[in-house]
Design a protein around this ligand. Structure first.
Ligand code: M6R
Length: 604
């Protein structure tokens, strides 16, 4: 997702900023820009697409002498990836870069009553700053006061750097919900939204806490907390290499992405829970309400999300939902409901089978919607509407955070639709919203759970196969758990509906058949328990994931109790992801780049 860099000093700034932005490229972006303030004034350069386009635009331009500079890579959320929407955003004498989402930007734009150059939520920041600065005459440090007043106006999540011609040699900064750090070196002061751009330039970094803000020059900073009290900055050592920095202390990208899930889920919810309801501005009720049914279509992990989505859409919105594997769908001459909605789900937006499926649905006249992690991808360009997944770039070939983002987005879709159809009101609605608000904490990895899974994993490196079993929503989760395991451990694993085991697969049961039982307390617990008892009676080795003690389990991975099945779903998801990873680690496999697999499957 978006990246930020900043620099105050005497060294050439253009090469520093471009170098820093290159370190953030791996997070994904679709436009980039920098703004520099020197003795001869403030200049801004922006380009759509890769950093090479920005570099080409800059040509051999380089700063000379004292410079204050900010840079950004943008991953579009509000408005298309155009030059106008790229950061920095400027007005008469200031420029700003911003990561995150300003939730109240519509109200702020209306109140400002001034023309805007971009469609972004971020542009309001620079307007507010200049407006506040114009009003603050006769106060000590008017720019700092104006910056504080600007922050007071903002709702949502942000990491912000702001520079102004009135304030050479100073960068105003703030963090709330989006990471931002800074470090001092001999050459000056450096800012970045993650460690990688700082590695090699600084040895230590100050990691801003949520709510902290302030102003820096080339040698020092003043730092405040959310209440405006000055606080003492304290720095920590930076990682030694930029690859290590990109993994942010984790052993693998997959591990980092599992741990990142709470932040991803928070980003997805940002701006979408308003006045006690789910709001999906991208869709609109007029578009959604006439639709009579939904077909969800995808491949691999995204197919598992589609399956979970079908349970949610039928249950919460009472819309008939069917699910299709894209590679099958293409050739089986499907008969589709012309008044239906065709939803494709894809992390990459480039999966060939899914892309062809949406084209086919369009030829039959269906409304189309893409749930996708990559804006401007082929699938997004085909779809009439898009819900971006906001998961940030996923490096691990085995999908983790994209899956949780897909499921949460489908849950939001089901709730939005259910609300629109008047099906969710009163206590039921309140329960759903409370669960949505809890989901971020549920996905936070519990240190004890991870350690237990690490220890347990050594017992499950052999055997003749794994069955992941569950019912209802926990069946798609079982499929996903099995896929994760087989992708990176190369052990045979299957996901199965728990109630189906007795119709065949139970023939395989013996001590070397490892059954991962997803025993959700909130959903058909007694039924799953009987299914597991049948397997245990035939000597299968049972690994139960549950809130409950279960006497027949050979091993139990205990999760926290929740009344809402989606909360059990998300906590169990973390468990199956970690279990797959720890088994693969013990087997010595390349967790991030498993054999034979590609991150984006652009062939049939
Ligand atoms: O980019 P997509 O979501 O369209 O990709 C679909 C599958 O190729 C993908 O989910 C694959 O199954 C992953 N390796 C799962 O971890």
């Amino acid at each position: 997702m978006c990246g930020i860099v900043g620099y105050i000093g005497h060294e050439p700034a253009v090469s520093r900023l471009l170098g820093g932005l290159r370190e953030l490229e791996y997070r994904g972006y679709d436009s980039a820009g920098i703004a520099l303030l020197q003795a001869d004034g403030l200049r801004c350069f922006k380009a759509v697409g890769k950093l090479s386009n920005l570099a080409a635009k800059l040509g051999d331009f380089e700063s000379c002498g004292p410079v204050t500079a900010i840079g950004h890579t943008r991953w579009a959320t509000h408005g298309k990836p155009t030059e106008a929407n790229a950061h920095p955003h400027g007005l008469t004498h200031s420029q700003v870069v911003h990561n995150g989402i300003i939730e109240n930007h519509v109200a702020l734009r209306a109140a400002l009553q001034t023309p805007f150059l971009s469609q972004t939520d971020s542009e309001v920041i620079v307007h507010l700053f200049e407006r506040h600065l114009a009003l603050r005459t006769g106060v000590e440090d008017p720019a700092l006061a104006a910056f504080r007043a600007t922050l007071d106006d903002l709702e949502g999540a942000y990491a912000i750097l702001l520079i102004s011609e009135t304030e050479p040699g100073r960068i105003f900064f703030a963090r709330k919900g989006s990471p931002l750090q800074l470090g001092f070196a001999e050459g000056g002061c450096h800012f970045a939204s993650s460690d990688a751009p700082l590695v090699g330039l600084c040895t230590e970094a100050l990691y801003l806490e949520d709510g902290q803000w302030g102003v820096a020059n080339a040698e020092a900073l003043i730092l405040f907390d959310a209440l405006g009290r000055e606080v003492e900055p304290s720095s920590r050592l930076l990682p030694a290499t930029s690859l290590a920095a990109r993994k942010e202390g984790f052993r693998y990208f997959m591990e980092k992405e599992i741990y990142e899930q709470p932040r991803v889920l928070a980003d997805i919810l940002t701006g979408r829970l308003r006045n006690g309801a789910v709001v999906l501005d991208e869709l609109g009720l007029q578009w959604l309400l006439p639709i009579s049914s939904v077909t969800l279509c995808a491949c691999g992990t995204s197919y598992h999300a589609a399956l979970a989505g079908s349970y949610l859409l039928e249950r919460l919105a009472r819309v008939p939902a069917r699910v299709e594997i894209a590679s099958e769908f293409r050739y089986r001459e499907p008969v589709l409901d012309p008044t239906g909605l065709f939803v494709v789900i894809s992390q990459s937006g480039e999966t060939a089978d899914t892309l062809e499926a949406i084209k086919l649905a369009k030829t039959q006249g269906l409304a189309t919607l893409a749930l996708c992690n990559v804006d401007n991808s082929s699938i997004v360009r085909e779809a009439a509407r898009t819900l971006l997944l906001r998961a940030g770039i996923e490096k691990g070939v085995a999908s983790t955070k994209a899956f949780s983002a897909q499921v949460l987005t489908l849950w939001l879709l089901a709730l939005y639709w259910g609300q629109a159809r008047g099906l969710l009101a009163g206590e039921r609605h309140a329960i759903e919203l409370a669960a949505l608000n809890a989901v971020r904490d549920v996905m936070r990895v519990q240190r004890g759970t991870h350690e237990r899974i690490q220890r347990l994993s050594k017992r499950y490196l052999h055997g003749h196969g794994f069955f992941f079993i569950g019912r209802d929503l926990f069946y798609p989760l079982a499929l996903e758990g099995a896929l994760k395991l087989k992708e990176i451990s190369y052990l045979h694993a299957e996901g199965y509906p728990a109630g189906e085991m007795k119709h065949g697969p139970i023939a395989l049961a013996d001590a070397e058949l490892f059954t991962i039982a997803l025993m959700a307390r909130s959903s058909l617990y007694e039924k799953v328990k009987s299914n597991v008892e049948e397997l245990s009676a035939r000597e299968a080795t049972i690994i139960a994931i549950s809130t409950e003690q279960f006497d027949l389990a050979d091993d139990l991975i205990q999760i926290r109790p929740y009344a809402h099945p989606m909360l059990e779903f998300f906590e169990m998801l973390v468990v199956v992801q970690l279990l797959a990873m720890e088994i693969a680690v013990r087997l010595g496999n390349d967790v991030d780049m498993p054999r034979n697999l590609a991150k984006s499957v652009t062939v049939e």
